[in-house]
Design a protein around this ligand. Structure first.
Ligand code: C5P
Length: 291
């Protein structure tokens, strides 16, 4: 059986502004997504039958449920194909913490869309990949391209951005699970908030990192920090450890710091035991998904 090995990267949000509540239950946001070099591994293989089966490393005997985002991605893709297609085995090795604001599940789903299309011999140009991705989750379309993108709408409207980001990222996650819908509710946005020029702030920040602290914010932080003060403490500790800038990613709970060098980030990571940490470079070019 032919196999395909995929690497699905994590993302962080360099700024996240929640602009307004929409009538469809979502919120319009403005954010800059950046793919970072921390990956889930996925192996796809076609099956003799028509089943779609996802197994997660560490639990090879246990099939993931039908609600698993990788399974849903494969099913959604097969449903738009013009002819019958065989089943798919999806073997997933998780390295990106789940429900942590790093987009791991969304990235896995995008990787399955792209990889399964290739394995099944479908022409990507003939497929509504962006619509399928947006139907799976607001962050999924970003991972079809990766790189750096300014996102609007509910996160699915993407504009690629060229930015030189001269930092190594240190990610710290204390294992707190924050449901995204709760985090949006905690903001309690009733009126409208204007979007700032995030890309301009980030451009300035590459030469004047001190400017980022006042110009680049994550609107989720206040509500999430009131419920989980540890996260605010971790942010302060990232600055104490030498970060030029620190922020929460997505709706949390991962906090990240931007460090001048890989060595500085690795050294700082030691201060965050026993929590999960990872150091990672940015993946600035689009198409960071490795097929
Ligand atoms: O799109 P996704 O499935 O990731 O969204 C999960 C939930 O998060 C939505 O049902 C909604 O409650 C909230 N959400 C939101 N605005 C967004 C993205 C998500 O309110 N832009």
């Amino acid at each position: 059986m032919p196999e395909l090995h995929l690497k699905a990267p994590a993302k962080i949000n360099l700024g996240l502004e929640v602009l307004r509540r929409r009538t469809d239950g979502y919120h319009d946001i403005s954010t800059v997504f950046v793919a970072v070099a921390l990956f889930d591994d996925i192996v796809l293989a076609t099956r003799d039958d028509d089943r779609i089966v996802c197994r997660v490393e560490g639990n090879p005997d246990l099939e993931a449920g039908e609600d698993n985002l990788c399974v849903r991605a494969a099913r959604a893709l097969r449903s738009v194909a013009m002819h019958e297609l065989p089943g798919l085995d999806i073997a997933l090795t998780k390295r990106i913490p789940m429900g942590a604001g790093l987009g791991g599940g969304s990235s896995d789903a995008a990787a399955v869309l792209l990889g399964a299309a290739r394995l099944w011999g479908l022409q990507p140009g003939s497929l509504p990949l962006t619509d399928l991705a947006a139907g799976l989750g607001s962050d999924v379309p970003f991972f079809l391209h990766g790189g750096i993108a300014l996102a609007g709408g509910r996160g699915e409207l993407l504009h690629p951005v060229e930015l030189a980001l001269p930092w190594t990222v240190l990610l710290v996650n204390p294992g707190i699970h924050i449901p995204t819908p709760w985090a949006y509710k905690a903001i309690g946005r009733t009126g409208e908030r204007g979007a700032s020029d995030l890309v301009a702030h980030l451009r300035r920040g590459t030469s004047e990192p001190g400017s980022l602290m006042s110009s680049v914010v994550n609107d989720f932080e206040d509500g999430v920090f009131s419920e989980y003060p540890l996260l605010q403490e971790l942010k302060e500790r990232l600055y104490d450890a030498g970060a030029e800038f620190a922020l929460m990613s997505g709706s949390g709970s991962t906090m990240f710091g931007l460090f001048q060098s890989h060595e500085a980030a690795v050294q700082a990571a030691r201060r965050f035991q026993p929590y999960w940490t990872a150091t990672a470079g940015f993946l600035p070019s689009a198409g960071s998904m490795t097929l």
